[in-house]
Structures are given as C-alpha cells and as structure tokens.
Design a protein around this ligand. Structure first.
Ligand code: KIV
Length: 271
C-alpha cells in the first residue's frame, strides 16, 4: 500500500468538525519543498503558502510585489511535500481585486497548476462577490480580515487593527459577510483578543488567529518567524521556538574555519 493511501488528508470538512469538537487547528506558512516536508510530517493541520513569501523568501518590504506566477512556483514546491495537511495558497495582490471574473481566473490557475486544496484572499464586503464566484466553481476560499498586509499603504502602519468601536463593528459585519459568501474558514490578524473571541463565537466557520488571542479556533504563524530564521521581526504575539539564524550562523562559521584550517575534508570524507 502506498504512503498516500495510509495518510488521511485534512480537508475543509475536517476543520469544520474540529471547530465543532473544540479541537484547536494548527497552521503554519511554508514556501518550499524541504520545510513543507518537515512541517507536514510533524503533523500540522494546514499549510499556508502565504504571500509573506514576498517578505521572507524574496526580501521585499511588503507582500505587494509577489506575482501570481511566483506564488504558483512556491505552491508547486509545497504541494509535492504535503502528504497529510490541507494546503491553502494566497491570492497575491492584484490577482483578485479588479473583479470576480479575474479572481476566479487567478484561483483556477492556482488550483490547476499547483494541485493545492484552497485559496485565501484578504478583505470583507468588497470581496464577497469574488468569494461567491470562486466557491461556485468548487474552489474552497479562506478569508482574511483585521490587519490585511496587502492594504498596508492604506493603513499606513502594521499596528493592531479594530481597537476603535467603528472599525470593530465593521469587522464583525465583514466576518459575517465573508461567511455568508461561502468562505470555509477565516484568518483574523492582529486584532484585540476580545474582538476575535466575539467573531469566533459568532461564526460557524473556523477562525484562525495570528496576534488575535487564544479564543480563536486555531493559530497560524509565519514559519520563518517561529523558527527564528528571520530574527528581526519580533511582535508581541510571536512565540519563537528556535533560533535557526544563530545556530546556522555558528554552523557556517565552523565550516568556514574547517575549510580554511584544512580540517575539512578529513580522511573519512574523501574517496
Ligand atoms: O501571508 C501570510 O503569511 C499570511 C499569514 C500571516 C496569515 O497571510
């Protein structure tokens, strides 16, 4: 029997059942084959091929520059490694905002060319037509509200969103609209914990938080942040589980020393 047949794939239905059962959902980002393999085999529920690839893989300041072709490349690499988890791919900036036809065309490209299981897009009321159009084609859509990095130049800052009453009320309206439009889950980023709790209790679909407190149905972090690959980004909500930057620097320094001193390669390390 092949490995694939033995592994039960996490689906959008699995996530819905997890919410009903009160079982927390774990989600991390991944952008390449090797890390996706580690994270999937560790037992993650959802892998997000986030447009944060623009920051952590390409070194851009924002998520805006990454293209649909580049997202497809990252997603193709991740999907080859993901044997168990659900793989969700971000629709990048400019690939869905114009109208729902363009949104569907972008989502179809992702599904056809990568083999991913769902797409994610940012926004509330203004993207509901696109969510309806994409889901009507049989493609599961994850929403994303609160701090939506593709709108950073409109916000002007990465500070916590929806602290004021008016923005909080709009967020609560938007989460409902995104659910009604057919989204299967929703990411809430960097909003007060009490507001995220209200949204989570109000919605039937699972809510995955990042900087949104402990009451969400699950949590997501950017892999490079939680593994300490990228050590310059240290928001209050981040828990850093490793310091790969430091450990890798030490290993590389040791390698340089070993090469220069003639210690590497030794007798066992040659033919
Ligand atoms: O692109 C991304 O990494 C994301 C997460 C922050 C949720 O959208």
């Amino acid at each position: 029997m092949s490995v694939n047949k033995e592994v039960k794939r996490v689906t959008t239905h699995t996530l819905a059942k997890m919410k009903q059962a009160g079982e927390k959902i774990s989600m991390l980002t991944a952008y390449d084959f090797s890390f996706a393999r580690i994270i999937d085999s560790a037992g993650i529920d959802v892998l997000l091929v986030g447009d944060s690839a623009s920051n952590v893989m390409a070194g851009h300041e924002t998520t805006l520059p990454i293209t649909l072709d580049q997202m497809i490349y990252h997603a193709q690499s991740v999907i080859r490694a993901a044997k168990r988890c659900l793989v969700v791919v971000d629709l990048p900036f400019g690939s869905y905002q114009s109208n729902s036809e363009i949104a569907l065309a972008s989502a179809v490209r992702i599904m056809k060319e990568t083999g991913a299981h769902a797409v994610k897009l940012e926004g509330g009321e203004e993207v509901t037509e696109s969510i309806k159009k994409i889901t009507s084609a049989g493609i599961p859509v994850m929403g994303h509200l609160g701090l939506t990095p593709q709108s950073i130049y409109q916000f002007g800052t990465y500070a916590v969103r929806a602290k004021e009453e008016t923005e909080a009320a709009k967020l609560l309206k938007d989460v409902e609209l995104v659910q009604q439009a057919g989204a299967f889950a929703l990411v809430l980023e960097k909003i007060p914990a009490a507001l995220a709790q209200q949204a989570t209790e109000k919605l039937q679909i699972p809510v995955i938080g990042i900087g949104a407190g402990p009451h969400c149905d699950g949590q997501v972090l950017v892999m490079h942040d939680m593994l300490g690959i990228n050590t310059e980004f240290k928001p209050k909500f981040l828990r850093q589980y490793l310091n790969i930057f430091e450990q890798a620097t030490k290993a590389v320094q040791q390698y340089i020393w070993d090469v220069k001193s003639g210690d590497f390669p030794n007798e066992q390390e040659q033919y």
